[in-house]
Ligand binder design. Structure first.
Ligand code: C5P
Length: 221
């Protein structure tokens, strides 16, 4: 697999509130920080920009440019986007430490042709709308997808989407939403179960297990 010809933008400026263990970027799993894991599939990327929490000391020995993040994920991405110098960007949350090169290639390929592409997964569980504390209407899970990162975009398109959101006061949990708000289509590619988001304490158990396997079998990613 060749060089990743894109600016890789890593919003890593969250303070990991739900986890309660400090900023996720610096959380250690299997001997590496989540930031180090998240950067692994982008080792050969042309440009890597990382947003860190204000006041955080940039880690040493990583091939990346560090910026100060904003108050929200969206603001952090907007800052990274300003600094991006290539026509394609990949936006990837530090909270997803295990992404294969195959997934990166799939997203890049689709983004190159469609202008915007994100990885998704089917919903494995039954989906229900709760009515107070009771079981309400079941929502057909076939009609839904779980959205992951990295998400790939033409840099100019994502900049326009962020500018539009700022003007309209829109806030979003990912970048594809902003591109959709602009009216532009976003292609879907197959995601990866191992690219799960470390959000709750239990996720760290899974992360430790994946880290052990991936450390022993680096070709696997
Ligand atoms: O809070 P959540 O897990 O949804 O955050 C998603 C990503 O956005 C994380 O990688 C987090 O570090 C990043 N983030 C950021 N700046 C903020 C808040 C979150 O870069 N102000």
């Amino acid at each position: 697999m060749g060089r990743v010809e894109a600016s890789v933008l890593i919003p890593a400026a969250g303070n990991g509130e739900r986890l309660g263990l400090g900023p996720k970027a610096f959380l250690r799993v299997g001997g590496r920080t989540l930031l180090e894991w998240a950067l692994l599939p982008f080792r050969e990327a042309a440009e890597v920009l990382v947003a860190l929490p204000p006041g955080a000391k940039p880690p040493e020995g990583l091939r990346a440019t560090f910026l100060e993040g904003g108050r929200t994920r969206q603001e952090s991405v907007a800052r990274l986007l300003e600094a991006a110098s290539l026509p394609l960007v990949l936006v990837h949350d530090v909270a997803r430490p295990f992404v294969s090169r195959g997934l990166v290639e799939r997203v890049l390929e689709a983004a190159r042709t469609a202008g915007a592409a994100v990885p998704v997964l089917p919903v494995p569980d039954t989906l229900v709308r709760p009515e107070e504390a009771h079981y309400g209407e079941v929502v057909p899970r076939e009609g839904f997808r779980l959205v992951q990162t990295p998400q790939g975009f033409f840099t100019a398109l994502l900049r326009e989407a962020h500018a539009y959101a700022r003007k309209r006061g829109l806030s979003a949990t990912d970048d594809a939403q902003l591109v959709r708000a602009l009216g532009y289509p976003v292609a879907l590619v197959e995601g990866e179960r191992t690219a799960f988001k470390v959000t709750y304490r239990e996720d760290l158990l899974l992360a430790e297990a994946v880290a052990r396997v991936w450390s022993a079998w680096p070709q696997g990613r």
